[in-house]
Structures are given as C-alpha cells and as structure tokens.
Ligand binder design. Structure first.
Ligand code: ADP
Ligand code: MG
Length: 279
C-alpha cells in the first residue's frame, strides 16, 4: 500500500510548494492514473512515491509517504528501488548502458537476481514489451519510442511490487501506447503489481485505470473511481483537463435527453449506451 499523509514539498530555492497538503492512499493491486495540467505537480508526486524526493531532490519536506509501511524518508533509495520500479518522464536520464540487453542485465545483476533466473526474466520483459528484436541493438541507434520501451522493460524485469511511470507513452504512437497499457494491466492483474501512472492520453488511461487522482497547482482536487471522477467532466474541463470524447458524449446525451445516463469510459461502453437508447 502507498500511504501519503499531508505531504507538502518545496524544491530548494523555489518560492512556492510544488505539492501542498497531499493525502492519498493507493491500495495493493490498484491501477491509479494521475492527471492534471502542466506544472500541476504530477512528476513531483511520482518522485515522492519512488523516494527520489527527498533522497535526490532536496527541499522543504513535510508530511509522510509510506510504501508497504516503509517511510521513504528513513529508507535508503536502494531498498526502496527494490519495492518501487520507476520509469522517468525523461527516459534518457535513466538508461545507463549502451546496448539494450546490457541495460536489462544491469538491473537484474544489481538486484542480486539468482543467475539461473536471469535469462527467463530478460526474455519475459523483452517479449512482453515487444522488443525482443532489439535485444542486441545499441541504445544510440534506437528511436525515442524504442528507448521508452527499453526503460519500461528494464523495470518490468525486476518485478517490483509497485510500478510508477511518468508519461510512459510520451514518445509512442497510439498502437504502441495501447500495447504498453495492456501490458501494465496484465501485470497488474496477473501479479497484483500496483500501478501508478501519469498519462496525458486520457482516453487510453481511463480505459485501464480503476482510480484517478486529479492534480492542480500542487493539490489533489479530485480522487476516486475513474467513472466517478469522469462523471464531473464539466469540472475537469474547467481545470484544463481534457476528458475522453466518449465521456463528453454521455454528458451531452444526458443534457439533451434530460436524464442522467451512466458515464461511458470506453468506446465499447458508449456504443452500447447509444444502441440501447435507439431501441
Ligand atoms: N527539479 C525541480 N526544481 C525546481 N522546481 C521544480 C523541479 N521540478 C519541478 N519543479 C516545479 O514544480 C512544479 C510542479 O512541476 P511538475 O511536478 O514537473 O509538474 P507536472 O509534472 O504536473 O507538469 C512546477 O512549478 C515546476 O516548475
Ligand atoms: Mg511531468
């Protein structure tokens, strides 16, 4: 479980807090999406969950973040990184090897994964992310999207209890983005891995996330089940958060028909809703 209590953080030398009074609980096995406008504090929140705040980024820190009962302030980053796998927004700052296979091996060896387990872990991660063919390529020869997949595969190979990803599909086309989200959901379901993901592709996110937290100006302005948060699409739009078009469609239909309809979060649901209305 991730338990954040009244977290306020101000980066060193900054006049205003990047996060103020954040309280958030993420239960084991949840799939949480974090949304909000640029500069809202999404990346800062993710950094606090993975422990790089306060271990790497210093500043004024109040409140607490606990992951599986460990307070991130008191727990060395090496211990936290076994528990929380993190994919940064800027994946290039995360990749340290020059060949794809070495990048995955680096993590596996550092984490002391038994030697006999390494080949299967390596193949599992490469296969599931869909980059088995890139295994021997140099990182420098890869596109931004391919590097993003390498960063994701390296973290998945380590099988952390919690996966934290900051805009993991930023460089990916729609097909690859969906593939990554399907993979995250499968890992979430099959192994009970808790997933926390910041994502701009809201339609995609809403289809996969069970819970949403909406950040604005360093505060959580809304949190809850995806469907409940989306039900207030008018409020989200006012914050500058784009809602999935299928959700807007539900709202327009509700207004037009003068009755409250269940919120659609995917195209399939919207189709069923519209078909039902036409019968
Ligand atoms: N390393 C940093 N040093 C100082 N200020 C930062 C740093 N990273 C982010 N900030 C500031 O913190 C606020 C929240 O930023 P961020 O968490 O990156 O938002 P988001 O990911 O939602 O765009 C912004 O005002 C940003 O300028
Ligand atoms: Mg960010």
């Amino acid at each position: 479980m991730i338990d954040i209590q009244d977290l306020t953080f101000t980066y060193k030398d900054e006049p205003a807090p990047a996060l103020s009074g954040i309280s958030l609980t993420v239960t084991d096995g949840a799939f949480l999406g974090i949304i909000g406008p640029a500069g809202a504090g999404k990346t800062t929140l993710i950094r606090a969950v993975s422990g790089v705040i306060p271990h790497h980024y210093t500043g004024d820190y109040y409140g607490s973040v606990r992951v599986n009962g460990l307070d991130t302030v008191d727990t060395p980053l090496t211990d936290l990184s076994r528990l929380v796998g993190m994919v940064f927004q800027d994946v290039d700052s995360q990749i340290i090897s020059s060949v794809v296979e070495d990048e995955l091996l680096y993590g596996l060896e550092n984490f002391g994964v038994p030697r006999e387990e390494i080949p299967s872990r390596l193949e599992f991660a490469l296969d599931r992310v869909g980059i088995a063919d890139l295994r021997d390529r140099t990182i420098a020869s890869l596109s931004g999207g391919q590097r993003q997949k390498v960063a994701i595969a390296s973290v998945i190979a380590l099988r952390p209890r919690v996966l934290v990803l900051d805009e993991p599909t930023g460089e990916l086309d729609p097909r690859s983005s969906r593939q990554i989200f399907s993979l995250l959901k499968a890992l979430n379901r099959e192994y009970g891995i808790t997933v926390v993901v910041v994502e701009q592709k809201i339609m995609l996110l809403c289809e996969f996330a069970d819970m949403l937290a909406v950040l604005d100006q360093g505060k959580i302005v809304r949190q809850g089940k995806t469907r409940e948060v989306l039900a207030r699409s008018d409020e989200l739009e006012a914050l500058g958060v784009n809602c999935p078009r299928v959700t807007l469609l539900t709202r327009l239909l509700s207004e037009r028909l003068g009755k409250s309809l269940p919120v659609s979060v995917s195209l399939d649901e919207a189709e069923k809703l519209v078909r039902g209305l036409m019968q």
